[in-house]
Write a protein that binds this ligand. Structure first.
Ligand SMILES: CC(=O)SCCNC(=O)CCNC(=O)[C@H](O)C(C)(C)COP(=O)(O)OP(=O)(O)OC[C@H]1O[C@@H](n2cnc3c(N)ncnc32)[C@H](O)[C@@H]1OP(=O)(O)O
Ligand SMILES: CC(=O)C(=O)O
Length: 526
């Protein structure tokens, strides 16, 4: 294993992201995931700054068993003019019970003089006093040198003096912070190399992403001699976020051969990134490097034709290394190879079946011209392909007619009512359904009509509904595209409908959603 520290600050700096709000239980659950991933340090928050973070450390001491990681409490150097031993916020760091304390300290002369409103010497004394007090209390002390890179540009000697003051007082690591996130990789590399060369410090790096360079800057710092790298899962953080720790670790481990995590741990990266998204309630970013849903998704026909021969031809690494999967997307940019590979994903060997492949491809291109978009509706493409391969095997029911009315009375909310007539399981069924909107009512009526023949449908639920008006296909005649997401409680799928009438498009997508639910459940036509 490399001795480079992997230091996660999702629970502290990550939680500084706009709109992200973690409960104590959320933090504990995230800490468990981080420990499973195998990071070396988990910065849990700032005890004493708010009751939630104080409680987190109390509950962590009681309930959290970490297999791999060490817990760090974050705080600031003592107040100017005071004493570390009597500073309540410094005391709270000791009381947190965390074995590591990470102190933020000023390292930029302007910040000392204008933000702290104290002298340069007093700031150095705040660093010395707080670090030595905490070290004396048996804590491992790390120092985050705030605004280090801007501070170095303003006054190199002073910025380096802060690093030395921390080291000489007992700090184990000084992390140089690009607090405003304005640096570029070559600037980071030069400054880190100087700090490593002209102090005895173990130098760390903490980058924000305001220039879009947080990951590149962290990599540059490691190349220049930093041996402690900070970041957050999914790049959460103040403003544009922090360096995405999963990208940094994947780059260092896969591209530079640094064994940072125990064998096999990186394969949990995709699962953990998505589990943490669930907890933070921040939707996963599909184009996130390595772990995003689109990170190994291929749309262009030329790519698919080469991938059919060897996936490495269009992938920078094997998605398995990070627990992700290659996916084929089918759209009007597909070629026959795309259809063949997608078929393989679905369990069909279509190699050599040129007639079928060309037929499916022509259908896809024609439908996309009319407004369909199959890369957003995988389930509809699967049904299209299965119908071509299996013929009538998917005719679970026949629709005779459907209709829907919406009734608004006085001040009451409008209510919709749908009637659906189908033949299913050899019976003609007429069913009605109510809903707070016409699509909701149609969904209820359709499943009401089909459930006697197919009880498996009872657990399906419509969980998302998106509408887009398209004017490209018919000149000035707009068509409506509806995408529906249906869930069976364990997984969900997207289906599509396109028509001039919004309800007709919705109905198509609903019928596809229900049909796909029956296919997934392995039901035969009754
Ligand atoms: C770069 C970073 O992201 S560092 C992490 C920043 N995170 C946070 O700020 C979140 C948690 N913060 C808080 O809950 C609050 O700001 C607290 C509890 C820490 C302080 O609250 P308050 O006492 O009301 O002070 P307030 O937030 O208004 O101002 C911060 C004070 O800390 C001082 N300060 C700032 N940095 C430091 C430092 N490194 N060392 C010592 N004091 C500092 C400021 O000069 C200011 O002092 P003042 O009250 O004499 O003006
Ligand atoms: C400490 C910290 O979060 C920063 O300087 O960005």
């Amino acid at each position: 294993m490399s001795d480079l520290h992997v230091y996660d600050t999702t629970l502290r700096d990550g939680a500084q992201q706009e709109g992200l709000n973690l409960s104590v239980s959320d933090k504990l659950a995230i800490a468990v995931h981080l420990d499973e991933l195998g990071v070396g340090f988990i910065e849990g928050g700032w005890p004493g700054a708010n009751p939630k973070d104080t409680e987190f450390f109390a509950r962590a001491q009681r309930d959290l068993t970490l297999r791999n990681a060490t817990l760090a409490a974050f705080g600031a150097t003592r107040r100017a003019g005071g004493r570390a031993a009597t500073d309540p916020l410094v005391r709270a760091l000791v009381d947190s019970g965390a074995p590591v304390v990470t102190l933020v300290a000023k390292s930029h002369v302007r910040h000392v003089e204008t933000a702290l409103r104290t002298t340069l010497e007093e700031n150095l004394e705040m660093v010395r006093d707080t670090v030595s007090f905490l070290a004396g209390e048996g804590r491992r002390v790390f120092l985050d040198a705030e605004h280090f890179f801007d501070g170095y540009a303003a006054d190199r000697a002073y910025a380096l003096e802060v690093v030395r003051a921390a080291m000489e007082s007992g700090a184990e690591v000084v992390a140089l912070c690009d607090t405003n996130g304005g640096m570029l990789p070559h600037q980071i590399a030069d400054v880190v190399a100087d700090a490593v060369g002209s102090t005895s410090a173990r130098v760390g790096i903490h980058c924000h992403n305001d220039t879009g360079c947080a990951v590149a800057n962290s990599m540059a710092a490691v190349d220049a001699g930093a041996t402690h790298v900070q970041g957050t899962i999914n790049g959460y953080g103040e403003r544009t976020g922090n360096a995405d720790l999963l990208t940094v670790v994947s780059n260092l481990q896969i591209k530079q051969g640094l064994p940072l995590l125990e064998t096999g741990r990186l394969r949990e990266a995709t699962r953990i990134a998505h589990s943490i998204s669930e907890i933070t309630n921040v939707p996963p970013y599909s184009r996130q490097p390595y772990v995003g849903a689109s990170a190994f998704a291929h749309k262009a026909g030329l790519h698919a034709s080469a991938i059919r021969i060897d996936p490495d031809l269009y992938q920078h690494t094997d998605p398995m290394h990070v627990g992700n999967d290659m996916r084929m997307l089918v759209s009007d940019m597909a070629g026959r190879a795309s259809i063949e590979l997608k078929g393989r994903e679905l369990g069909y060997d279509l190699s050599g079946n040129d007639e079928l492949l060309s037929g499916v491809l022509a259908k896809v291109k024609d439908l996309e011209l009319r407004g369909y978009t199959f890369d957003a509706a995988d389930a509809s493409f699967e049904l299209l392909l299965r119908r071509e391969v299996e013929g009538k095997g998917l005719d679970f029911f026949a629709v005779e007619s459907w209709r829907v009315i919406t009734d608004a009375r006085g001040e009451e909310s409008a209510l919709s009512e749908a009637t659906v007539k189908v033949v299913a399981g050899g019976e003609r069924v007429v069913a009605t359904g109510e809903g707070n909107g016409p699509v909701n009512a149609l969904d209820h009526a359709l499943r009401q009509a089909l459930t006697p023949a197919y009880p498996e449908l009872a657990k399906l639920e419509l969980i998302d509904f998106r509408v887009r008006i398209l004017d490209a296909a018919h000149g000035t005649d707009a068509v409506t595209r509806v995408l529906i997401e249906t869930s069976d409680g364990t997984t969900s799928w997207e289906t599509i409908g396109v028509a001039g009438n919004i309800l007709e498009a919705s109905w198509q997508a609903l019928v596809e959603g229900v049909t796909y639910g029956l296919v997934r459940a392995g039901v035969s036509v009754r």
